[in-house]
Design a protein around this ligand. Structure first.
Ligand SMILES: [Mg+2]
Length: 188
């Protein structure tokens, strides 16, 4: 069985990170208007510490929906591949405790919303390239390096990268879970 590594944030769910930033700043930023992967860069240096304190009592995930067709597709892929969910958790120098909170929330969310995937299949990691996979699905190019087949899930921060540039790196863009399912047909 081939090893399939799937990212969590912006592949499985979008989380409530942007919503929390807007709540805290009293702003109305839209995810799709952003270019920077690090949404926290929207927050000024002076307000950052306060924001991370705010996030110790407000949820990143909660009841955030799974992306469309994710549940059904993962159920199919989980039968055909050695499937792992590989996700990095936050680290903030000003508030290191946020890492533990984020980690626990990720664990609880995956367990609740994807109950057919065993916690043994979770990989909490910072540098995903430490692990080789046959197939990887991620919204960051830098996380696809150590995979034979590389699928880039479209997200706000990567949507302007053109297909030619991706092709040079051996990367295929996918926009939906239906596209992923089609792309993986016959791969097993
Ligand atoms: Mg991601």
């Amino acid at each position: 069985m081939k090893r399939l590594m799937i990212d969590m944030d912006n592949c499985i769910t979008d989380a409530y990170f942007m919503e929390r930033i807007n709540e805290y700043l009293n702003t109305n930023y839209k995810l799709n208007d952003q270019k920077d992967f690090y949404l926290q860069n929207l927050i000024s240096k002076e307000k950052k510490g306060g924001f991370w304190n705010y996030m110790t009592t407000h949820t990143f995930y909660g009841d955030c929906p799974l992306l469309k067709d994710c549940y059904e597709t993962l159920k199919i892929l989980n039968q055909k591949y050695k499937l792992y969910i590989a996700t990095a958790y936050l680290y903030e120098e000003s508030n290191p405790d946020i890492s533990g909170i984020n980690l626990k929330e990720k664990y609880d969310y995956l367990k609740k919303y994807l109950p057919f995937i065993s916690p043994k299949q979770y990989i909490f990691i910072s540098d995903k390239n430490l692990i080789h996979s046959d197939i990887a699905i991620d919204d960051r190019i830098c996380n696809l390096e150590n995979s034979d087949k590389k699928l880039l899930m479209t997200a706000w921060h990567n949507k302007d990268i053109d297909d030619k540039e991706l092709e040079k790196k051996g990367i295929k863009r996918v926009n939906t879970w239906m596209e992923i399912l089609k792309e993986l047909e016959g791969e097993e």
